[in-house]
Design a protein around this ligand. Structure first.
Ligand SMILES: *Cc1c(COP(=O)(O)O)cnc(C)c1O
Length: 420
């Protein structure tokens, strides 16, 4: 019997889980003495690896002053400084930051903000959201309702979830032409023609639909989507919870398309993975729609732990380390190595595709069964890998040496090529 209920796990036959007792850099240490290389950076968050001296120090310094204080009616320096830093590194019109405690809540905040934006402007019908197949935006109800409706188990929670509008996932690759993009985005235009009057916002993960199947698509698609949102007067929400802070090779994925969303959501890597926290950034015109003598127009949301001083202090230090240690160059190197070594031809009947983008590499198989047992195999080989569905992926910390990256790549490929 387990008192502890684990995520996404059938508890009836849950395997015994390795117990982490220490972690350093990209390595996890287990209670049984094993030391393994983490290929997943703990759900893509620990971008600096574990036990980074500067991040540890930032936490300790803040803990010695105060660990938490409410942001309702009070303020503090770490939250103010992080808000300013995030405004500084994002495009000019994104000037306002609303904190929350997880990526899902950050997305909920974005959705509510979009709906109330239109409400405050007298357009009370614009309450729905246009989302995409293959998307993942979190596990809370509002987020689930904008996840891929087939994968997101919408049928199970039929009466709990609002019915949103879904467009096909982008299917144009990273190097598509403008012409191909225009054709691919046509269904979105048609949906907006039908639904713009009742739609508050479009939400999408820019360039990389991550947990919904590692779908990588053209920056031109984002440009075309930005244009459509302007044409049809709906807000554009970019969910960079997974892609933010370097994962696709630029600080934000949107940088590659040179577009700016009306609302941006950041999470995961924000704190270097040290603490759960998220930031929802809004353009000035969005923020301004909430300014009024009428209190009812204020944004009525406030997670208990928003702006937590430990989380915001460590996030601030994480940003400094990201810049001072030339992470974009490191990510470029990881991308190059993944493209050369992971994406080399691999003759196996189950392998459908191998792709890499930024510090993300994935082997897609035909049948999820082909990955059964890969986690145990990788552990034997000294690597912590977690496949899901038909995807075997790595999203490592950016501090990996070429040798460490090679070790992960070799284990991922060896699963298909070695006799067992
Ligand atoms: C992980 C993720 C979320 C949810 O974040 P949580 O911190 O798990 O709530 C939302 N959107 C995207 C794109 C994500 O990858």
């Amino acid at each position: 019997m387990s008192q502890l209920w684990y995520p996404y796990t059938q508890m009836l036959n849950a395997p015994k889980m390795p117990c982490v007792v220490n972690a350093q850099g990209p390595y996890l240490e287990f209670a049984d003495g094993r030391r393994v290389l983490d290929a997943t950076s703990s759900w893509w968050c620990l971008i600096h690896g574990y036990k980074h001296p500067e991040l540890d120090q930032a936490l300790q310094d803040q803990a010695s002053r105060f660990a938490h204080v409410m942001l309702g009616g009070l303020t503090h320096e770490p939250a103010q400084a992080l808000a300013k830093a995030l405004v500084d590194i994002t495009p000019e019109p994104l000037n306002h930051v609303f904190f929350s405690d997880s990526g899902s809540v950050g997305v909920e905040v974005a959705l509510k903000m979009a709906v109330q934006y239109w409400h405050n402007r007298g357009q009370t019908n614009k309450q729905r959201i246009l989302a995409f197949y293959k998307s993942y935006h979190g596990d809370t109800s509002g987020c689930m309702a904008v996840c891929d409706p087939a994968e997101g188990m919408h049928h199970l929670f039929n009466h709990l979830l609002p019915q949103q509008i879904f467009a096909p996932a982008p299917s144009v690759g990273l190097d598509a032409s403008w012409q191909q993009v225009q054709e691919d985005i046509q269904p979105v235009r048609v949906l907006l023609q039908q639904h713009a009057h009742e739609t508050a916002a479009v939400i999408i993960e820019p360039l990389l639909q991550a947990a919904g199947g590692f779908n990588m698509y053209s920056p031109l698609y984002l440009q075309a989507l930005r244009e459509l949102c302007d044409e049809f007067e709906v807000l554009l929400i970019l969910d960079e919870v997974a892609t933010g802070f370097g994962r696709t090779g630029t600080c934000f994925a949107m940088d590659q398309a040179q577009i700016c969303p009306d609302i941006l959501v950041l999470g995961k890597g924000l704190t270097g993975g040290y603490l759960g926290h998220a930031a929802t950034l809004a353009q000035t015109h969005v923020y301004d729609a909430f300014l009024s003598q009428d209190n009812e127009r204020a944004f009525m949301h406030g997670p208990t732990f928003m702006g937590n001083p430990l989380a915001t202090a460590v996030a601030l230090r994480s940003l400094q380390v990201f810049q001072q240690d030339h992470y974009l160059q490191r990510i470029q190197n990881l991308q190059q190595q993944l493209q050369q070594e992971l994406c080399a031809p691999l003759a196996h009947e189950q392998v459908v595709d191998i792709r890499a983008f930024g510090a993300t590499g994935v082997i897609e198989v035909k049948d999820a069964q082909a990955l059964a047992g890969v986690q145990a195999y990788a552990l034997q080989e000294g690597v912590w890998l977690r496949s899901f569905g038909r995807y075997l992926y790595t999203m490592p910390a950016y501090i990996l040496t070429p040798e460490q990256m090679r070790h992960i790549i070799q284990v991922m490929r060896a699963w298909f090529t070695e006799e067992r």
